[in-house]
Design a protein around this ligand. Structure first.
Ligand code: FEO
Length: 411
């Protein structure tokens, strides 16, 4: 499918996988976008696809060229959903040179133990294809340290890699002609599941891309829609997601085996609603972790409730707290509640876990023994009131962004 003269989408839609990275649900699949740029002298692939889809991919290429004639393969990002077919392509396109960042070339060698010519590029380097010139822009740590973008200034097309990506297959409708609620949500859910910990690097990249000397008319990411009608839509969405601005809401996460912790969770929810603050209530056993993270990303206040299970916190809650840690969701206020029968001590493990997250616990720890009493319910409502008040205050006064501490991720 043509994006502009001699520039084609040659990607595939992964509709088989249930999970992306074996972790994030993709009920509507995901597209693996690859692009072919045909210069007057050089034929160039921008990224490839997961090698599970190689057969479909090579057919897409054969409709346009003889794959043996490929001169360059640009690898913006080495993760196997994009570079996975590289060994197979190189076995056909034996004269092709692989172009990537210096770290990208190293990573390619870890994954693809085949001989190939390599061209390592740095910020601002250019490759002339004949009538079209590729310029490479280093955008490290989105979300691996080797990542870069490639700009085809002649056509105003930015091949942005994972940056600006989205979940969901795109089928044949590869452009942003009909941006609706679903496509906005798939972009947000992709951001929070995959890229969010690297907000510092994304802000640096947004600034750098804003300084491009030629206009960027099309943003072509490696997943999801190609933005040609309104590329500023996705750059503005990212600027907002990485702004650190909270939204006035409280997210409640709970686990419940027999419904008692659920009663407390609903009472906390009532307490939040009393203050006219938005609330999102999630059952850790049944609700989708990536949807939960999407809701958490801008939440200033979070309530967590667990029963005691084998002298520990209920495992689905532990799992969610680990995801919150991995995704660097910090600087929040937490309220805690839980239910036990003969020993409530393990509930205090929640307090230590919240401290590890770089957040603060507020209010009384609401604990019920067996079925919650009227007093327990009252305490849970009060906790909801307190979290709502904090959500209102912190939305006005605080930032969600903690200083970046990752060694590979410069701000
Ligand atoms: Fe789409 Fe980080 O790979």
């Amino acid at each position: 499918m043509e994006i502009s003269p001699d520039v084609h989408w040659v990607g595939v839609n992964d509709t088989e996988s249930k999970f992306f990275e074996s972790l994030w649900s993709i009920p509507k699949g995901v597209s693996l976008n690859s692009y072919l740029v045909l210069g007057e002298k050089k034929k160039t692939l921008i990224d490839t696809v997961n090698d599970n889809y190689f057969d479909e991919y090579i057919e897409n290429l054969k409709r346009l060229i003889d794959p043996e004639d490929i001169d360059y393969i640009v690898i913006n990002h080495v993760e196997p959903d994009h570079a996975g077919s590289l060994s197979k392509i190189l076995s056909i396109a034996s004269k092709a040179s692989v172009i990537s960042s210096k770290m990208g070339i190293d990573f390619v060698k870890y994954y693809h133990q085949v001989p190939f010519n390599d061209i390592s590029v740095d910020d601002g380097d250019k490759v002339d294809l004949g009538g079209k010139t590729l310029k490479f822009i280093m955008t490290p740590c989105i979300h691996w340290p080797e990542t870069m973008c490639t700009f085809l200034g002649d056509d105003g097309i930015l091949f942005s890699g994972d940056l600006f990506g989205a979940f969901d297959s795109i089928g044949d409708e590869i452009f942003d002609d009909k941006i609706g609620k679903d496509s906005i949500y798939s972009a947000k859910r992709y951001f929070t599941s995959i890229l969010s910990p690297y907000y510092g690097s994304i802000n640096s990249a947004l600034k750098k891309l804003g300084d491009l000397q030629k206009p960027c008319r099309v943003i072509a990411p490696s997943h999801g829609l190609i933005y040609r009608n309104d590329p500023s839509f996705i750059t503005k969405l990212y600027a907002d997601l990485c702004s650190g601005k909270f939204e006035e809401k409280v997210v409640i996460l709970y686990g419940s085996m027999y419904g008692n912790t659920k009663v407390l969770a609903e009472a906390v929810s009532d307490g939040v609603k009393d203050k006219c603050v938005k609330v999102a209530l999630f059952n850790a056993t049944y609700d989708d972790p990536s949807e939960i993270l999407t809701e958490l990303w801008k939440a200033p206040a979070i309530a967590v409730g667990s029963p005691v299970y084998d002298c520990y916190i209920f495992p689905p809650i532990t799992n969610l707290l680990e995801l919150i840690k991995v995704k660097r969701i910090r600087q929040r206020v937490f309220g805690l509640f839980g239910d036990y029968t003969w020993g409530g001590g393990p509930l205090y493990q929640l307090q230590n876990k919240i401290k590890e997250l770089g957040s603060e616990v507020i209010g009384s720890f609401v604990k019920s023994q067996g079925s919650p009493t009227a007093n327990n319910i009252e305490s849970a409502i009060e906790l909801g009131n307190l979290l709502a008040e904090k959500a209102i205050k912190n939305t006005k006064e605080s930032s969600a962004l903690a200083p970046v501490q990752d060694p590979f991720c410069p701000t």
